[in-house]
Design a protein around this ligand. Structure first.
Ligand code: SF4
Ligand code: SF4
Length: 220
């Protein structure tokens, strides 16, 4: 999701790589669950989140659409995001103790918070969102904080997914309503609703799905 704000308004003005130290470690959150409430539609899920959640919880991703996840249009593309529920608009995965019930398979946006991704050229770096977490935080290495194994492989996936969404947006802007609906349906089916195989590496499955989807976009 693109945000039309300047980096200076929402961050400490610096950009960080995985090797840098950043003041992001909220040390277990100590009873706070602020960033799991009232987040609207902003916790958008990518295909790796869909894989991680469905394999981690042993449920097909389509199941989550009944309660924990909803669909929303983001820059013209229909994408899933975590659903906020009840009077305090809590994430559907937040438990009664105010802790994340899916911590080991929580989505990428939750993993990196209070960091965000800043895309530039063919890659991205991280920025620290200074207005989002009021905890007293200590410094931590970015790679440790984001807690994602296979760092280089997953970085490559994030860039490819970002580029694919950008190409999809461009295609949607060129076509009429019927084709827009079809593209959105194909994208949802290809990357989210078709069940992932837990015995096969995510990146291998993503390669296949991306090839299929690009082939579909080119055929029309
Ligand atoms: S707002 Fe900060 S301290 Fe509170 S739950 Fe989120 S990351 Fe933890
Ligand atoms: S998935 Fe977990 S960490 Fe992410 S918003 Fe929900 S409860 Fe919070």
């Amino acid at each position: 999701m693109r945000r039309n704000v300047s980096l200076a308004e929402i961050s400490d003005g610096k950009l960080y790589s995985e090797h840098d130290m950043v003041k992001a470690d909220c040390r277990g959150c100590e009873g706070c669950s602020d960033c799991c409430r009232g987040m609207g539609e902003s916790i958008i899920l990518d295909p790796y989140d869909a894989f991680r959640l469905s394999v981690g919880l042993g449920r097909p991703f389509a199941d989550f659409l009944e309660k924990e996840v909803e669909l929303h249009v983001v820059d013209g593309v229909i994408l899933p995001n975590l659903r906020m529920c009840g009077p305090d608009e809590a994430c559907a995965f937040l438990n009664a103790q105010g802790r994340c019930s899916v911590h080991p398979c929580r989505p990428g946006i939750c993993r990196i918070f209070p960091l965000g991704r800043y895309y530039e050229g063919d890659g991205y770096r991280y920025f620290l969102q200074t207005g989002e977490c009021r905890a007293v935080r200590s410094k931590v290495k970015v790679s440790k904080w984001i807690d994602t194994p296979n760092g280089q492989k997953m970085r490559a996936f994030v860039i490819r997914w970002h580029n694919l969404l950008r190409d999809t947006e461009a295609e949607l802007a060129r076509c009429g309503d019927d084709r827009q609906r079809e593209i959105n349906l194909v994208l949802l089916r290809c990357f989210y609703l078709t069940p992932y195989d837990e015995t096969v590496d995510f990146c291998v499955q993503y390669d296949e799905r991306e090839a299929q989807y690009k082939n579909y976009l080119l055929q029309k």
